[in-house]
Design a protein around this ligand. Structure first.
Ligand code: MV4
Length: 447
């Protein structure tokens, strides 16, 4: 096991990782920018190193400074959290060259899944159902027109280097295809420096359902069920739940086993998420994330498995503490992402938290990096915490969530808490009756 882990992140996820390290008896090193000297992760870590000025590129993305912090403190591993350097294959390679363990999958697996075309071809080879479309990159208009006619309109042009909704263009008919192809290609070139694009059948009203997987790096692999993350705004998840209201146990076991099988065949190490669109009873692979995700607590709540603890065990060579047969799903969990933003306009609201009272009680978990008197800096994303609620079933979970939201007080800044109070009272949410477009329509109607 490691002696000392450097946490290359900030906010609630830095605290989450710190807690897992403490339980394993591992010393912790926090890194921080000059804007984060007063942050909770800095206060709670055994040691801390200031690595640069506020902009992320000069601090949380600065590989050389992070490496120097590692060498100064003698940390033997780095946990990257999510975002920042968590899916940077070059960072994983550099750590490897310096004999520091990257707590995550191999650089090769990160690279493979970072290229969305290669990821999809790999998924198909591994027996994962994919969205009908081009077999790899499309090079010219004639090829695009042939594929589109074959799969049927509307089609979606996606960037190979994209992901998370960046660089996508819909073509409703052949008349709009050339322009969609051209626009997607030039946007991809400008945004990612790579103009490779591919074509997929456009699914009109799917749900976003993702499977949590974990591999031991030696050919062992499990799935931990799904999360329904359909409630999104501008490709940002807002509320996530498990299990999905749309799936039954047989569907879960079937797609879960396909994903676990893929992880075993890949020899994948650590936590991963295989993302699907789900429509009319069918799953369609879109991407794989090779990191711990923001919404991992909903899976922890229904399985009782500490995903960060397992990531650390796997990276240290100790393997997973459980097998598929040990995974039992219990009850229902919902996560609300509490952002420092106006609940209607989503305008960021950094500033001082004048009063802070998080909810508590049975089945209530708050993962947050803030405290009363803390000033949220304006330089980073606006997530200040996550409220995760568990119940024996979805109805109990929703009742408990409503109660927890009523208790939660954050004064001095705007937060998205009022949005969640509206959502739990909404009949469609109560019925689990939503798809990936539901929230955008709801917000447009409210405005
Ligand atoms: C799609 C799609 C419809 N059809 N692919 C957006 C983010 C990226 N990860 C994949 N995305 C989509 N891919 C096909 N073939 C619709 C979306 C999409 C979406 C997906 C998940 C959650 C929210 C979304 C919002 C708009 C579009």
């Amino acid at each position: 096991m490691f002696n000392k882990v450097l946490i290359a992140n900030r906010g609630e996820i830095a605290l989450r990782i710190l807690r897992a390290c403490k339980e394993l008896g591992i010393a912790t090193v926090a890194i921080h920018s000059t804007a984060d000297s007063e942050a909770m992760h800095v206060r709670l870590a055994d040691e801390s190193v200031c690595i640069g000025p506020p902009p992320s590129r000069d601090s949380y993305l600065n590989m050389h400074e992070i490496l120097a912090a590692c060498e100064i403190t003698g940390a033997d591993a780095i946990h990257p959290g999510y975002g920042f350097l968590s899916e940077n294959a070059k960072f994983a390679d550099i750590l490897d060259a310096h004999g520091i363990t990257f707590i995550g999958p191999s650089a090769d697996h990160i690279r493979m899944m970072g290229d969305k075309i290669e990821a999809k071809l790999t998924a198909r080879k591994l027996g994962i159902p994919v969205v009908p479309g081009s077999d790899g990159a499309v090079h010219d208009e004639a090829a695009a027109a042939r594929i589109a006619a074959d799969i049927g309109y509307p089609v979606l042009i996606k960037a190979a280097a994209g992901g998370g909704g960046r660089g996508m263009k819909v073509a409703r008919s052949e008349a709009g295809l050339a322009e969609a192809l051209h626009t997607a290609r030039s946007e991809a070139k400008a945004a990612f420096g790579d103009d490779a694009v591919y074509i997929e059948k456009y699914l009109a009203r799917p749900r976003h359902i993702e499977i949590q997987v974990m591999g031991d790096g030696g050919g062992g692999g499990v799935h931990l069920g799904e999360r329904d993350c359909s409630l999104q705004r501008r490709h940002q998840k807002v509320l996530e739940e498990a299990p999905s209201p749309a799936l039954n146990a047989a569907e879960r076991d079937r797609i879960g086993e396909v994903c676990a099988g893929a992880v075993r065949k890949l020899g994948y190490a650590g936590a991963g998420t295989i993302e699907f669109l789900y429509e009319d009873g069918e799953f369609y692979f879109i991407e794989m994330n090779t990191r711990l995700q923001v919404e991992h607590p909903v899976t922890e709540m229904i399985t009782g498995i500490d995903l960060v603890n397992e990531q650390i065990r796997i990276a240290s060579g100790g393997g997973m503490s459980f097998s598929q047969a040990d995974v039992a799903f219990s009850g229902h969990a919902i996560e609300c992402r509490v952002n420092a933003e106006h609940p209607d306009t989503f305008v960021p609201s950094p500033g001082r938290i004048a009063y802070y009272h998080p909810p508590g009680g049975l089945g209530v978990r708050v993962d947050s990096g803030v405290y009363q008197g803390y000033t949220i800096p304006p330089h980073y994303d606006s997530l200040i915490g996550k409220l995760i609620v568990h119940g024996r079933n979805r109805v109990e979970c929703l009742m408990r969530l409503r109660r927890a939201l009523d208790e939660f007080v954050v004064d001095g800044i705007n937060t998205t808490l009022p949005l969640f109070r509206d959502l739990v009272a909404n009949p469609d949410i109560q019925d689990g009756n939503y798809d990936i477009h539901w929230l955008e329509h709801y917000l447009a109607a409210k405005a």
